[in-house]
Design a binder for this molecule. Structure first.
Ligand code: SF4
Length: 201
């Protein structure tokens, strides 16, 4: 790259740079909102993210190694956070009956209560999006999906459970199709985090 997206002179000549800076602003908003939610519960942002993730994902994904990949962190960092959540009785260990050395994490009653409330931490970002037209939302979703896909391919974002990386996904003559659901997917229906996702190898 010849110049920085943050160089104002150059930025104002190039739409891609302005999008990068806009995304950076939005990531700051996420950071602040997550931080506020964490403080309210005397937890760290990653501990809140772990609770929210466990609340909405299947048990086999709620393992330390999967969480480390999900949040682009080391296993040691995730283990430290999990230790705190265990000590605060917000999560419990679910031992794998086949491999007793391995375990998944589930939420306790109190953990579920915090996760449910915390899962709305980004709702002030969702509200302005609701004011966009359906066409604007579809264009935005598609642009973001393509960006995430490319970042995943280049190794910057690790785990993805989106249609574009799923073995059930087909694109024929511009029509998106899910072989599992046996149904066409409108552009606005393409998924970012699908529970049925099967990684395309
Ligand atoms: S299974 Fe889910 S991620 Fe895969 S193509 Fe179908 S809707 Fe998309």
């Amino acid at each position: 790259m010849k110049y920085s997206s943050f160089n104002l002179k150059e930025q104002n000549q190039k739409v891609e740079s302005r999008i990068v800076v806009a995304l950076e602003r939005i990531s700051e908003a996420f950071r602040v909102l997550l931080w506020n939610e964490s403080k309210e519960n005397s937890l760290s942002p990653i501990q809140i993210q772990i609770l929210i993730f466990i609340n909405f994902h299947s048990l086999e994904k709620c393992k330390v190694s999967y969480l480390a990949d999900e949040f682009n962190m080391t296993k040691a960092t995730i283990s430290d956070s999990v230790k705190v959540l265990l000590a605060k009785d917000l999560v419990a260990k679910e031992t794998d009956p086949i491999d007793t050395r391995s375990y998944s994490l589930s939420l306790t009653t109190e953990g579920k209560k915090i996760a449910k409330k915390a899962s709305f931490f980004a709702s002030s970002i969702e509200q302005p999006l609701e004011k966009l037209t359906e066409e604007q939302k579809t264009i935005m979703l598609n642009g973001l999906l393509k960006l995430i896909y490319d970042l995943n391919k280049s190794g910057i974002i690790t785990i993805q459970r989106m249609c574009f990386t799923c073995s059930n996904y087909q694109l024929d003559n511009g029509v998106h199709y899910c072989k599992l659901l046996k149904s066409q997917l409108a552009e606005s229906e393409l998924r970012v985090d699908c529970p049925e996702h099967e990684l395309l190898l």
